[in-house]
Ligand binder design. Structure first.
Ligand SMILES: Cc1ncc(COP(=O)(O)O)c(C=O)c1O
Length: 466
């Protein structure tokens, strides 16, 4: 059966989703002239939707000439429609993760990467914002520098040295609109025609898309419970950069041991490649202090990327890159060309927040909250699933991975789970080499209370029976 996927929560009518997918398959030659489409009855039963929805989608395809009906014998792809994809065509998928605002009803959402939104110190932030808006020089209200406010870069450089062993001076910092923009700038900065990029597999699929610039080949390297398999780094490759999440591999959660860190740096040195270290949530390490950064081992080779989305709020859209000196000038002009600079007043509020010690206190407080939530999740999973479940990557961060022996998280299964009032996220969508992660789900615990966690796992149990 033709593989069609529907998203019942997307707000796009189902017939439209089905129509779009057939249209794309036909245009791209995945479905070819004369190929038969499934019958409306068959597809309706496969997707568990009413037959009218399929009829409506087919009518639209028919009206636009994509398909033709042959009386009595079904529906077929029409002739002459294959449109070769141009090299520079870069398809940007809509973000399937961007669903938190659309949640409705009584769904317990184990979405990963979201901190406790209700525990953000709103009042304090508001007070600092008021001070900054009152005190800041008039010039601050005009255009700023692409690299960001000096005040923030100074306190951040100090803070990162103290907490993460990152070695940099403020000149090397560029404040970005979240880590996402930092990654996008890096991809462009280090892009050359025909360039290769080595990435962990699995890797956040948004980041996979960001790195997939036209003319770039991604070289996936598998990860295990410790992170990147440095012994499998491709030999004789001259990659522009190697992307890693060494403090907490996303999504599987490994923490890269020092031997592999050294191996990775040696590899990058001999290949003349940069290493891009994405340090997105490592402050929340529960059993021991945070692991020092990779950047501290070789500041000229490692480009360090950080974010305030996990330790404060995604809505701040505040992140940063630390560039080796040789890339500073080009990095700044690329940032300038992209959006001139990240909002200055928010940068100043953040600088004061860090400088007055509020960030340290907030992280210390949240670490306790998240540890309790994590423990509650592990307890609940163990209580309901016993040895049917294996838990991975729970030492750090705001999510863990639960592996269920003998299970495959198909879209039908995920739909049933959602119908039971709980949302979990398959690891498989982040995998480049497919079909190896199908029995694993990501469960974020940052923005769910302990009561919700216990209830969510109970609901999961209703669907996942032995
Ligand atoms: C591994 C990883 N890196 C980077 C980011 C981007 O974070 P942001 O753009 O919100 O700073 C995310 C988001 O969840 C992530 O999971």
């Amino acid at each position: 059966m033709t593989w069609i996927d529907i998203d019942r929560t997307s707000g796009i009518p189902l017939y439209r989703q089905i129509y779009e997918q057939f249209r794309k398959k036909i245009l791209q030659g995945e479905m070819q002239c004369g190929e038969q489409l499934p019958s409306t009855r068959e597809l309706a039963s496969y997707l568990q939707v009413s037959r009218n929805i399929i009829v409506e989608a087919y009518e639209q395809l028919l009206a636009e000439g994509f398909i033709e009906g042959r009386h009595g014998s079904g529906t077929y792809v029409a002739e002459g429609i294959y449109l070769e994809r141009l090299d520079h065509e870069w398809v940007i998928p809509c973000n399937p993760a961007a669903d938190s605002e659309k949640e409705h009803g009584d769904i317990i959402n184990f979405r990963h990467g979201i901190p406790a939104l209700d525990l953000f110190p709103r009042r304090l932030w508001g007070q600092l914002a008021k001070q900054i808006y009152n005190d800041a020089a008039d010039a601050t209200f005009g255009y700023g520098q692409p690299e960001g406010c000096h005040e923030l870069r100074v306190v951040l450089a100090r803070y990162l040295l103290k907490t993460r062993g990152v070695i940099c001076d403020p000149e090397q910092l560029i404040i970005t609109t979240g880590a996402t923009q930092a990654l996008s700038l890096i991809a462009k900065l280090l892009h050359t025609p025909g360039s290769e990029v080595i990435v962990e597999d699995p890797i956040t699929h948004e980041i996979h898309t960001i790195f997939s610039l036209p003319g770039t080949t991604l070289q996936p390297v598998p990860v295990d419970q410790y992170g990147l398999r440095t012994d499998l780094l491709p030999i004789n490759k001259k990659a522009g950069f190697v992307y890693v999440t060494p403090s907490h591999q996303f999504p599987l959660g490994g923490v890269l041991p020092i031997q592999r860190r050294v191996q990775l740096i040696q590899y990058a040195r001999s290949a003349g490649s940069y290493i891009v270290e994405d340090d997105y949530d490592s402050e929340f390490r529960y059993e021991s202090p945070p692991i020092s950064s990779l950047q501290g081992l070789d500041p000229d080779r490692v480009i360090y990327i950080g974010t305030f989305s996990k330790n404060l709020l995604p809505a701040l859209r505040m992140g940063y890159i630390i560039l080796p000196h040789s890339l500073i000038e080009r990095g700044r002009s690329l940032k300038w060309l992209t959006d001139l600079h990240t909002p200055s007043l928010e940068q100043l509020i953040l600088a004061r927040f860090i400088d007055e010690g509020h960030l340290d206190r907030h992280i210390a407080k949240m670490k306790k909250v998240y540890r309790r939530r994590r423990d509650c999740l592990i307890r609940s999973l163990t209580q309901y699933f016993a040895d049917q479940v294996t838990i991975h990557g729970h030492s750090t961060g705001l999510h863990l991975v639960a592996e269920f022996s003998g299970l495959v998280f198909t879209s039908a299964m995920l739909q049933r789970i959602e119908q039971a009032g709980v949302k979990v996220y398959p690891v498989e969508i982040h995998a480049i080499q497919k079909d190896k992660q199908q029995n694993r789900i990501i469960m974020g615990y940052g923005n769910v209370t302990e009561e919700e966690i216990a209830e969510g796992v109970r609901r999961l149990r209703l669907v996942i029976t032995r």
